[in-house]
Write a protein that binds this ligand. Structure first.
Ligand SMILES: [Zn+2]
Length: 267
């Protein structure tokens, strides 16, 4: 009897411990079951997977403009950014050679323009590019021409799935300028710039610096043959035949009409 009683007590205790362990396991499973869906069902606000969001959170802004898809990395060149010259120009180490690189399709305000000195928003544009690219490894995509007339690389600069050329336009850190024949993403660039103008982002939110010769006709003068617009005092503007002149009241109006800033007077 004594023996049987001990056996029964032992079996009873073992059963209790087993049930206790099972209960704890059940609770743990239930807890983890509650937490896991909360992590996996948490898409970015715009519906894309959260893994594509950038560390600085800028990707959380709702996007009206669709963006280009990055080509396969095997078709791109890997480079290391070693210096930021200004918003649209950097220096990269590519295959053990340091080269100057101009981003295709964009023109950021210049820090030391030959006649205008430091242009409005130039510091902000450089700082933005510095914050994005300093010491980063990037993927370079070339278009028809790999170099411009000054020997600089001409490229689209990709970081993960984001192309900085496009971002500069979308956030208003640059105006769009076409680099024929390097026109692969022109339609994307145009819609990114339109979005920036309409929401007055970056330089599009600045009050226009109208220059010294703004007239009753307008603040900026364009040429229907070149599709460029100028400060009226620009040498190139003075050569536009009257029949080819088109006046704009603002940069935004010129850009939305499809005109690009003159490379000389940099309006
Ligand atoms: Zn000009």
């Amino acid at each position: 009897m004594q023996y049987n009683g001990n056996m029964r007590t032992t079996i009873h205790c073992t059963t209790s411990i087993t049930m206790l362990i099972m209960l704890m396991v059940t609770i743990l499973l239930a807890l983890s079951g509650c937490m896991m869906p909360a992590q996996s069902n948490n898409p970015a606000p715009d519906g894309r997977p959260s893994q594509s969001s950038l560390p600085d959170g800028t990707d959380n802004v709702p996007e009206a403009t669709s963006r280009p898809t990055r080509p396969d990395p095997s078709s791109l060149q890997t480079a290391r950014v070693v210096d930021i010259t200004d918003g649209d120009t950097i220096r990269v180490r590519l295959q053990d050679k340091v080269e100057k690189l101009r981003l295709i399709g964009v023109n950021s305000p210049e820090l030391s323009h030959p006649t205008r000195g430091e242009e409005p928003y130039a510091q902000a544009a450089r700082e933005y590019t510095r914050q994005k690219l300093s010491n980063q490894t990037v993927l370079l995509e070339f278009d028809v021409q790999q170099n411009d007339q000054y020997g600089r690389l001409l490229a689209y600069v990709w970081q993960d799935e984001e192309m900085l050329n496009m971002t500069l336009l979308k956030e208003g850190y640059a105006q769009m300028v076409t680099f024929p024949p390097n026109l692969k993403y022109v339609d994307f660039f145009r819609s990114a710039q339109r979005e920036a103008i309409q929401t007055e982002r970056g330089l599009w939110g600045l009050k226009d610096d109208l220059g010294s010769s703004a007239s009753s006709k307008g603040a900026f003068l364009g040429s229907t043959s070149s599709n460029k617009y100028h400060f009226p005092e620009c040498d190139w503007a003075q050569r536009i035949a009257p029949s080819k002149q088109v006046w704009f009241q603002s940069r935004s109006e010129a850009a939305l009409t499809g005109y690009e800033p003159c490379g000389t007077c940099s309006p």
